[in-house]
Write a protein that binds this ligand. Structure first.
Ligand SMILES: [Zn+2]
Ligand SMILES: [Zn+2]
Length: 115
């Protein structure tokens, strides 16, 4: 997400917050963008990946709950943030897309977690 009250004409790294843990964007912790300015950081992506891939804390969400990144409800495992109010969720499909994107970015040095 974008920091509330930020100047859209003059965005700095500090104005970009992970929707799932609210950290700011840094070189060491790259972000992947979803719809409507939603963002997931690489740390949360690692947690989400372990959840949807290995079932570590994966959750099925009720029908009225939509994925923060794609804004859709999918009948698939989700990962839910426990540190942000409202518990935003990300669906397995977005996790896989984001993982593929981050892996292709040589600067991210992100690797999908092994079991
Ligand atoms: Zn995060
Ligand atoms: Zn999604």
């Amino acid at each position: 997400m974008h920091r509330p009250g930020c100047d859209p004409e003059n965005m700095t790294a500090e104005d970009f917050l992970c929707d799932f843990c609210l950290v700011t964007w840094t070189q060491e912790n790259p972000f992947i963008e979803g719809h409507r300015g939603s963002l997931i950081c690489s740390d949360c992506l690692t947690r989400a990946y372990r959840a949807v891939e290995f079932g570590e804390g994966a959750t099925n969400v009720p029908e009225h709950v939509n994925c923060t990144l794609c804004l859709l409800h999918r009948d698939a495992p989700h990962w839910q943030s426990s540190v942000v109010e409202g518990g935003p969720v990300v669906c397995a499909s977005c996790v896989h897309q984001a993982a593929a994107k981050l892996e292709k970015d040589p600067e991210s040095r992100w690797e999908r977690p092994g079991q």
